[in-house]
Design a protein around this ligand. Structure first.
Ligand code: NG1
Ligand code: ZN
Length: 549
């Protein structure tokens, strides 16, 4: 069987590649201005179908989103059959296909992929796809559907939904009717799975005080509203920033990325939040979560992905102990270099911690090596993975006391409340609420697990970010040569200093992170290192980092 060349030709002519743009499938798929992605979406439709054929007709997911990016951006990424990120070797295929300059070149690239990846075209192709609320979404989905049609894929439209719900669908579809069945492949199945587990976990606990959820004016608003119906009064919450049809509102001065980056309360919440209240922000596709609260004096405190990891990992360790499973179930944590040094210290004193390069796939794969792997990026993206062996252990274990039995039941419910396919803001929110409830913590007690080291993240626009190469989980530069030792000199001049430089995988910039014992020192270190990067790499004069703010 060969490709239906005519259908692909017709489709490709309708979705021509812009001549002057080079596309790249990065750590979060393709991501750029929504207006230039038409050809990419058509081609991703074909690629997703080929990936499915390669995997014997297992369902592949396609998500159209640009997450926390501003509204004019959009993007697309593929989801592999277990609900995880696309296998790295196929990222290269995606980049190659997206850059074929003409229809003929595209067909040649497709044929070459079919040969090198040994794709049997007679196999079925099955995909499930969804989009977030961005205005450019419908047109991009239409281009994607043209790609599915051109190759004859069996495509299921999951509509407008969150990224983690799409990941859940992929895993649920592919495990249906097997011993690994992940749940019903519908939104109802997803919400029931999460909310039933949450309700079990908080049974008998005092009622939670109302939570405020900042939905970033994105698709999380729709999902959170649905979740409320399933939770009833087991978790009272109010939704803010739900303006999904207001032009320019998405992720604008709100949402998880705004809170994490600016370390501030979204201005839209300043009149809504009361001292002592707990709140959280989702990002534009609801896979990131950042908590915060106002203290008695109305001062803002942020509880980021590192704080979530600390809270959750300690709780799981405690439940494992209560269930008397310490010998059989080892819990570990995975972080990136962006994890606050104080969080790493806190966690290392309690359990094994591994540092990996930025990018969910690195975290996810490292977490899979533990019996229970907790991974969170500081920016609030993360989840907890329970290995198949651990799941079997939990289901086979015979508790010998009522306390052990409760610990075991809690662990089993945790495996259900957590979306193990990918970071999921709503699932993570329920997880956090469970732990706060069990520990009777308010934001203040949670925050005091450890004190964050002051830190600063800045971007530098350089001539070629690919000139920056790193080692040691991105904590040290090997190229440009000599730059790392200059950074080391600066770091040594700042008390409690730590700084590293790496090229972004999602933006055409180099990122500089610094932390130190004092805020002014962290800012100074970040801007001095950024200045070094700028001077070494010939940055854009407009963006030369200011001395320090
Ligand atoms: P880059 O642009 O490679 O730094 C950013 C985030 C990552 C990850 C990806 C994917 C930071 C510093 N970086 O990557 O953690 O979330 O986006 O969305 O937050
Ligand atoms: Zn996101």
């Amino acid at each position: 069987m060969s490709l239906s060349i005519d259908a692909i030709k017709v489709g490709s002519e309708k979705h021509p590649k812009p001549a002057d743009i080079h596309f790249q499938y990065g750590t979060a798929g393709f991501r750029t201005l929504g207006g230039v992605l038409d050809s990419v979406l058509f081609r991703v439709g074909i690629l997703a179908a080929l990936r499915s054929k390669r995997l014997d007709g297992r369902t592949i997911g396609v998500m159209v989103t640009a997450s926390h990016n501003p509204e004019p951006d959009n993007g697309v990424k593929l989801v592999d059959p277990r609900g995880e990120m696309l296998e790295a070797s196929w990222e290269v295929h995606a980049t190659t296909l997206s850059n074929a300059p003409t229809t003929d070149a595209l067909i040649e690239a497709l044929n070459s992929l079919i040969q090198t990846a040994k794709i049997d075209l007679s196999k079925p192709a099955r995909v499930v796809y969804a989009r977030d609320t961005r205005p450019s979404g419908p047109a991009l989905v239409a281009a994607l559907e043209d790609g599915f049609k051109a190759i004859g894929a069996e495509a299921r439209d999951a509509g407008v939904t969150t990224t983690p719900i799409l990941h859940y669908f992929v895993r649920a579809i592919n495990t249906k009717g097997t011993q690994y069945s992940y749940g019903e492949d519908s939104e109802d199945g997803y919400f029931r799975k999460l909310s039933d587990a949450y309700k079990k976990l908080v049974t008998g606990r005092p009622p939670a005080s109302p939570l405020l959820i900042d939905c970033a004016n994105g698709v999380g608003a729709i999902a959170a509203k649905k979740l409320a119906n399933y939770l009833g009064d087991s978790l009272p919450f109010t939704l803010e920033n739900t303006a999904i049809t207001t032009e320019g509102a998405l992720n604008n001065a709100c949402g998880a990325d705004f809170v994490k980056t600016s370390q501030k309360l979204p201005p839209s919440l300043s009149n809504v939040m009361k001292p002592g209240q707990r709140a959280c922000s989702l990002d534009g596709d609801a896979d990131r979560l950042i908590y915060f609260y106002l203290d008695e004096r109305g001062v803002f405190h942020m509880l980021d992905g590192d704080k979530i990891a600390a809270l959750v990992a300690a709780f799981i360790v405690e439940q494992v102990k209560i269930a008397d499973l310490e010998d059989k179930v080892k819990v570990g944590v995975v972080q990136t270099a962006y994890a606050n040094g104080a969080s790493t210290k806190y966690l290392q004193e309690r359990l094994p911690v591994k540092c990996v390069p930025t990018g969910v796939k690195h975290l996810h794969h490292a977490a899979e090596r533990y019996d229970v792997g907790v991974y969170f990026e500081a920016n609030g993206h993360g989840t907890v993975l329970f290995s198949d062996d651990t799941l079997a252990t939990l289901h086979e274990h015979q508790p010998s006391t009522p306390a052990q039995s409760r610990g075991l039941e809690n662990l089993i419910s945790l495996t259900n409340v957590i979306n193990q396919t990918v970071g999921d803001a709503l699932s993570d929110m329920l997880l956090v609420e469970v732990v706060l409830s069990h520990k009777s913590y308010s934001g203040v007690e949670w925050d005091s697990l450890y004190v964050d080291l002051p830190n600063r993240l800045v971007k530098v626009v350089v001539a070629d970010r690919n000139a920056f190469k790193t080692e040691d989980a991105e904590r040290r530069l090997v190229s440009p040569p000599g730059l790392q030792s200059k950074i080391d000199d600066l770091v040594n001049k700042h008390q409690g200093g730590r700084s590293f430089v790496r090229p972004s995988g999602t933006e055409d910039v180099v990122r500089v992170y610094a932390e130190a014992n004092l805020k002014a020192q962290a800012d100074e270190l970040a801007f001095r290192v950024a200045g070094l990067v700028y001077d070494e790499a010939g940055g854009d004069p407009v963006s030369r980092p200011k001395e320090f703010l």
